[in-house]
Design a protein around this ligand. Structure first.
Ligand SMILES: Cc1ncc(COP(=O)(O)O)c(C=O)c1O
Length: 423
């Protein structure tokens, strides 16, 4: 087995070289498995940062990308349109009910675009609104605007002076057997109402699950109450579905499961089935209409790779595959449930929660937090059993690709359970 090592010319994301293990070296991906250069095979239990939707190297997406690559690989989208972009816009518009699609490159930029559209739309109307509201614990990406919308955390700390102010309402996360959720929801709604007394451009939320916060799940009814208040205040509602989109919560979009009708939706990650980096922001036609007229009204935002045809082809193939078998995402929750019920009995675990393909549970720790080493211990132990996890501090979660079979699912839960012995 070759030793794991740091490459002399690479700089890895969110990684402290002084204390982290050197990276695993992947040479191949097939379905739910990643193969390493030493021949080991690992179950990718977190879909490679939540992007690999169906499975690695999914043949129909690979074929669609290969076919598109020999036709049109890229074209400047300011002056051109192209069939895959148009087909994708038609498809996502029909499914989301939002008529306009703006392309960018990843989840952070999809959020930045939503924010900029919302902000400029009010300006274009001649009634600028200066307040933005987000939720405690939120994560919307690592670029400056997306970071500003997200909660302050060790990730934002070095940049806090640079980040614009955002008003924040509590996020009443809940779990199985939680008896205190109602008063927490009431408190959150009261705070939101107070904040909305100030004219507000937009409220942004991660529908049903705050991912990076540690798979913090809220009830559908709470979100509907949020929307009711946002509408009453005349603010725009932005749904960041970068994680939750494309079946992750058991419905095509989390907004559909929760019964929300946002004005803007940010999508990425599963959009291309995890094949290519791409983000999209869907917007109501009325927002688009607010940008038509004099040149100052223009949305002067664009990325070099806007609407990259390979990404569009991957996204179309991914959507086709997803819709050919919706049972794969609709039934995942029922597949998780019995395993999570057993795991939840473990004395070192608490706060079990589950939605769609996402199951999470917390380690009982004296000092929970992102840097608590317990998560790393669980990660190492599971890795030794061929399961790749990436706990978020004390939160152990599974967010696997849809192709994961029952044996592999059992392996994931078994590896977590046995890893707890090391704590
Ligand atoms: C809800 C949410 N929004 C935005 C982002 C940022 O996406 P990206 O990492 O592609 O920039 C993430 C990434 O985890 C996310 O979970």
């Amino acid at each position: 087995m070759p030793p794991q090592r740091w490459h002399p010319h690479l700089w890895h994301p969110t990684t402290q070289v002084a204390s982290a293990d050197p990276p695993l070296r992947a040479v191949r991906g097939r379905g739910a498995l990643l193969e390493l250069d030493d021949g080991r095979q690992l179950i990718d239990a977190i879909s490679s940062w939540w992007v690999t939707l169906h499975g690695h190297a999914e043949p129909s997406i690979a074929a669609a990308v290969a076919a598109q690559a020999t036709e049109l690989e890229q074209v400047i989208f300011a002056n051109f349109s192209h069939p895959p972009a148009e087909q994708l816009a038609d498809a996502l518009s029909a499914r989301s009910g939002l008529e306009r699609l703006f392309f960018s490159d990843n989840g952070s930029t999809a959020v930045e675009v939503a924010l900029k559209i919302a902000w400029q739309w009010w300006r274009n109307r001649g009634e600028p609104r200066r307040q933005l509201i987000a939720f405690e614990g939120a994560y919307h990406g690592d670029t400056m605007g997306a970071m500003a919308l997200g909660a302050r955390s060790p990730f934002t700390a070095p940049f806090d002076e640079l980040l614009f102010e955002v008003a924040r309402a509590p996020w009443p996360a809940t779990w199985w057997g939680d008896e205190g959720v109602e008063p927490r929801e009431r408190l959150a709604l009261e705070r939101l109402e107070q904040l909305l007394e100030t004219p507000t451009a937009a409220v942004i939320l991660e529908p049903l699950v705050q991912g990076a916060a540690g798979m913090a799940m809220v009830r559908e009814g709470f979100l509907r109450e949020v929307e009711r208040r946002v509408r009453a205040a005349g603010a725009l509602l932005i749904a960041d579905e970068v994680l939750t989109g494309f079946g992750r919560t058991g419905a095509l979009f989390a907004c559909q499961r929760a019964g929300l009708t946002p004005d803007l939706i940010a999508l990425s990650k599963g959009l291309t089935g995890g094949f290519l980096p791409m983000g999209v922001t869907l917007a109501r036609e009325a927002l688009h209409a607010g940008f038509i007229g004099a040149s100052e009204r223009t949305f002067l935002h664009g990325h070099s790779f806007t609407a990259n045809p390979l990404g569009c082809a991957a996204a179309l193939a991914s959507l086709t595959l997803l819709e050919a078998n919706p049972g794969r995402y609709e039934r995942f929750e029922a597949r998780h449930r019995p395993h999570l019920e057993v795991l939840a009995q473990h004395p070192k675990l608490r706060f079990p929660r589950l939605i769609g393909t996402i199951a999470a549970i917390d380690l009982v720790l004296e000092k929970p937090g992102y840097f608590n080493p317990a998560g790393r211990i669980v990660q190492r132990r599971a890795l030794a059993e061929g399961v790749f996890l990436r706990p978020l501090g004390q939160v152990i979660y599974l967010l696997p690709p849809l192709c994961l079979d029952d044996t592999q699912l059992e392996q994931c839960y078994g590896a977590i359970s046995r890893a707890l012995e090391a704590l």
